[in-house]
Design a binder for this molecule. Structure first.
Ligand code: HXC
Ligand code: NAP
Length: 261
């Protein structure tokens, strides 16, 4: 399908992993795609990959904690292609740490990247996004709902992103702008899972938490993102769509397994 021909898509944190997959999926359906992250090498590599798909692409080496840098990147995107149709906010930071060992600054770092960063991205995008049919898509996590040990920073930050999603969906509905989020479960072959499941045993434990009994794939997320931002989802705003094989249903999946269900 070529649902996004001529559309302008801006993906914050779009230079690797799940978010780059989303950027490539939009490009694959004809969109012009801008990506943004901190590291220049990541930006250059991902822009080159996007261009091989055959669409125009550009990138910016900016931290989502830098509001002025974000604003300038969005203005530059609009000067190049015109108003933004879709903004994706997916930049995130993570590491495993017990709360009792975590410094206040470590907690703040993740909250600043994930939660404040998401506010910054959408707030900076707003003047360029403000038109009927435009869409904002946040990348949260099953952990926004599901408390997870060694993840107090990310659980708190992602829960905040869910409320940012719902609040902006209300505030921006009058302008015809939809705001939704995708909450991935554990996705195979990503930096996130390399950090959260550094051993085979840990990876198996994460897989065991998924009722559908497999890790997710980037394609699982891409399909959900393309659908949620399309006209097929034009009556959907303010939702946090779990794409997690049922993980956010919680610990009862272990009971189902024990009962051989
Ligand atoms: C404990 C740590 C730590 C660690 C850093 N800190 N790493 N504490 N364990 N492994 C502490 C530091 O000591 C410091 O506190 C504070 O955090 C800030 O560290 P900086 O290095 O200055 O932070 P910064 O440069 O902002 O880098 C952010 C980062 C880094 C999160 C620490 O790892 C990063 O840039 N990550 C981006 C890529 C990434 O994480 N991708 C995976 C996303 S996956 P002090 O007190 O010493 O000053 C994901 C999955 C979600 O989000 C699913 C579950 C919710
Ligand atoms: P990833 O590959 O590390 O992607 C993170 C991206 O964000 C990178 O492009 C990174 O590039 C950028 N980034 C990080 N900090 C930034 C900052 N301060 N400012 C701007 N850009 C920044 O991680 P991933 O595993 O694919 O995760 C992607 C998203 O999915 C995240 O929102 C994550 O929380 C969510 N998620 C992942 C999983 C999973 O299983 N992996 C599960 C649930 C949710 P630079 O380093 O160049 O800045």
């Amino acid at each position: 399908m070529r649902r996004y021909v001529g559309k302008v898509v801006f993906v914050a944190g779009g230079t690797s992993g799940i978010n780059l997959g989303i950027a490539e999926a939009f490009a694959g359906e004809g969109a012009k795609v801008a990506v943004l992250s901190r590291r220049q090498d990541n930006v250059e590599t991902s822009v080159a990959r996007l261009r091989t798909i055959g669409v125009d692409a550009c990138g910016f080496a900016v931290d989502v904690r830098n509001y002025d840098g974000l604003s300038a990147s969005l203005e530059s995107t609009v000067a190049r292609w015109g108003p933004v149709d879709i903004v994706v906010s997916g930049a995130a930071g993570n590491f495993m740490s017990a709360a009792a060992d975590m410094s206040a600054n470590a907690f703040k770092s993740v909250v600043d990247i994930d939660l404040l960063g998401t506010f910054n991205v959408l707030r900076a995008a707003w003047p360029h996004l403000r038109k009927p049919g435009a869409v904002a898509l946040n990348i949260t996590a099953a952990q926004s709902w599901l408390p997870t040990p060694l993840q107090i920073h990310a659980c708190a930050a992602k829960a905040g992103i869910d409320q940012v999603t719902r609040t902006l969906a209300l505030e921006w509905s009058g302008a015809g702008v939809r705001v939704n989020a995708i909450a991935p479960g554990p996705i195979a072959n990503t930096e996130g899972m390399r950090r959260l499941a550094p051993t085979e045993a840990a990876l198996q434990a994460w897989t065991d938490c998924v009722p559908l009994r497999r890790l997710g794939t980037r394609e699982d997320i891409n399909r959900a993102a393309l659908w949620l931002c399309s006209d097929d989802a034009s009556y959907i705003t303010g939702v946090v769509l779990s794409v997690d094989g049922g993980m956010s249903l919680g610990g009862s999946s272990a009971i189902a397994r024990a009962m051989s269900l």
